[in-house]
Design a protein around this ligand. Structure first.
Ligand code: ADP
Ligand code: MG
Length: 619
């Protein structure tokens, strides 16, 4: 029989260290959390070789005296659970493991002097878990922690470290997350003598937005919507980026629970759900959200690095996030990201043409690029008359071959003077349509710039929103076909569609079996107008095959609506009349979320005059 033995303290600490500090970023997180818990107003982090050679964290917090210094590096020793109460944890730390773990696998030196005391400082040294006696040391009030040769005592772990620049990037990410949660504390990060981050304290009402702007760039604050929702005892606050301001990964989603940075599937799932309508599956919003719940409704003690939490009532929390984000998106109305205009200018400016000619080569043949482009403009389908052009807009919707419900509501000029172009330009954010280019783009003049609209993307969004509005009030109106249209398709696809017939009927599409491998379409969703039934059914069959089961009444509606909306939209390549274009613009202004299509691409780009002037060197 094998004898069971108690492990020596040093070995226990090394095993624990494996969970708490898996890489330099985790050590930095623990040390900075300690500094925040100590009430620091300024925290400076210094790294050498990605933190593998040295991590130093200096703070101006409350500091420690000699007795506390000794205790601080012992395992399960903490000042943060005075009442043994694991239910009301107001500090970031509480496990009393970090310093012991770090000391077990590195050379750790802590120098500290209690705040407000005249005594001199003390330093303590731990090497691979062995404690040396404290000694007097000169230092300012506060604490400096230096970690040298991390993982030298655990060579197996050391082998898993990435290159210093990669480790430094992880440190920066961890520090930025904490800095978002504590905007009124100052932070800095230096790597191999180079300052990587300098975050001054940001106080007051706009402190958080300023801090986010410092970290995520000014673009974020220009394209962010405030989020604020309180429900029962829980609260959601923060800032969320417009859908058109999106990224290819979810890296730039910062989520916090009671001020603690967390990575949580439930929360990120809720974020995905809230944006599902506005973004393609592979695009992700940029946002920073704080969930605050009473201490007893969340368990923070489920993960050694404290980066996961467990909610007593997870559904309430995801509901809070979805509702809060949807409200914010609703408010954003037709706003599209300012960055789309900047990107456009970037491609247009003459400098870019020289350096990045590939941007042009994509669209035009290399030799004649700019001239070809001009010729296209000459052939513009329509030029808006300067006077009186806007008259008779009321008749406009009839001109679009769309059924009544999808037609932009009629715009009736209140007074005669309101009908001329200049007045439209003055009174409406998206201005007056002046021309349609390449049968695809509407160009409009606004008060202080020009707007270019992608007619297909914009109309698709309008149809989609109108279907959604119908669905809210019950079901989508349908439009009966005089003669049912029979669509032949392979038996499998037909079967798949028929199984979802009830759900489709709810969305205005009425189908029935018509012998093997054929479906008869009796009615189509009214908002779509005239549709190519064959193409629509094929796309829907694909959609549902991907879903892998029949559509139920409640779910998948959004997905399917967006597929339908795509079919019901004015396609690129259709020539529009002036009235139709203006009606589209007016409708966009009224419709929530019309700044982006169902895939998160912008539906229009606005160029301000001052930007255009820059293009021509007038500014
Ligand atoms: P925890 O943070 O979970 O309590 P740690 O091992 O991180 O555990 O720290 C142990 C104790 O050391 C803390 O409870 C705190 O009292 C003290 N301590 C650690 N870092 C600092 C610091 N920067 N300033 C003041 N006290 C500190
Ligand atoms: Mg701690």
């Amino acid at each position: 029989m094998n004898q069971i033995r108690k492990l020596p303290e040093e070995l226990i600490n090394r095993i624990a260290a494996g969970e708490v500090v898996e890489r330099p970023a985790a050590a930095v997180k623990e040390l900075v959390e300690n500094a925040i818990d100590a009430g620091a107003t300024r925290i400076d982090v210094t790294l050498r070789d990605g933190g593998l050679a040295l991590i130093s964290v200096r703070d101006d917090g409350i500091g420690m005296d000699e007795d506390n210094l000794r205790l601080a590096v012992e395992r399960h020793a903490t000042s943060k659970l005075p009442d043994d109460d694991l239910l009301h944890i107001a500090s970031l730390g509480f496990r009393g493991e970090a310093l012991a773990s770090i000391g077990a696998v590195s050379r750790l030196k802590i120098t500290s002097r209690p705040r407000g005391e005249k005594t001199e400082g003390r330093e303590i040294f731990v090497e691979g878990g062995k404690l040396h006696d404290p000694a007097p040391a000169a230092c300012q009030s506060g604490t400096v922690i230096e970690v040298r040769d991390l993982f030298y005592a655990t060579p197996a772990r050391l082998k898993f470290m990435k290159t210093p620049p990669t480790e430094a990037r992880h440190v920066r990410d961890a520090l930025e997350r904490l800095a978002m949660a504590f905007p009124d504390t100052g932070f800095s990060l230096t790597h191999n003598d180079k300052t990587v981050l300098e975050l001054p304290p940001r106080k007051g009402k706009d402190g958080l937005l300023q801090r986010l702007s410092d970290i995520l760039g000014r673009e974020f604050s220009e394209n962010a919507m405030p989020v604020l929702l309180e429900k029962e005892e829980a609260a959601l606050r923060g800032y969320a980026g417009l859908p058109t301001f999106n990224r290819g990964t979810s890296q730039a989603q910062y989520l916090f629970v009671n001020g603690r940075p967390v990575r949580d599937k439930l929360l990120s799932g809720a974020v995905r759900g809230a944006y599902a309508d506005y973004l393609a599956r592979d695009r992700h919003p940029v946002l920073c959200l704080f969930v605050d719940v009473p201490f007893d409704l969340v368990d923070v003690n489920v993960h050694p690095a404290k980066s996961e939490v467990r909610f007593r009532d997870p559904r309430n929390i995801s509901g809070l996030i979805v509702r809060g984000l949807r409200n914010a998106l609703e408010e954003a109305q037709h706003r599209a990201a300012t960055t789309t205009a900047q990107q456009a200018l970037h491609y247009m400016s003459p400098k870019q043409q020289q350096h990045e000619s590939s941007a042009w080569q994509g669209g035009y043949s290399q030799d004649s690029a700019p001239y070809k482009n001009l010729k296209g403009m000459e052939g513009a389908a329509y030029r808006y008359p300067r006077n009186g052009g806007g008259r008779n807009l009321a008749a406009s919707s009839a001109a679009m071959d769309l059924p009544p419900s999808a037609r932009p509501p009629q715009y009736t000029p209140a007074a005669q003077e309101n009908t001329d172009t200049e007045n439209i330009v003055e009174s409406y954010p998206l201005g007056a349509a002046c021309a349609q280019l390449h049968d695809t783009y509407i160009v409009a003049q606004t008060k202080d710039g020009i707007v270019i609209v992608d007619q297909h993307a914009a109309h698709e969004r309008l149809v989609y929103e109108s279907m959604k509005a119908d669905l809210k009030g019950g079901s989508v109106k349908s439009q009966g076909l005089l003669i049912p249209e029979v669509v032949e398709m392979d038996e499998n696809a037909a079967e798949i569609l028929l199984q979802s017939a009830e759900a489709f009927a709810h969305m205005g599409l009425e189908i029935a079996a018509f012998g093997a491998g054929a479906i008869s379409v009796q009615a189509t969703p009214a908002p779509l107008g005239q549709v190519d039934c064959k193409k629509l059914l094929r796309d829907l069959a694909d959609e549902i095959a991907e879903l892998d089961r029949p559509l139920s009444l409640k779910e998948g509606l959004d997905e399917v609506c967006s597929t339908m909306a795509c079919h019901g939209s004015v396609r690129a390549g259709r020539r529009l009349k002036a009235e139709e274009m203006n009606a589209l613009l007016r409708q966009m202004e009224k419709t929530p979320h019309s700044g982006q299509c169902n895939h998160g691409r912008p539906t229009y780009v606005e160029l301000k005059l001052k930007d255009i002037e820059k293009l021509f060197g007038r500014r």
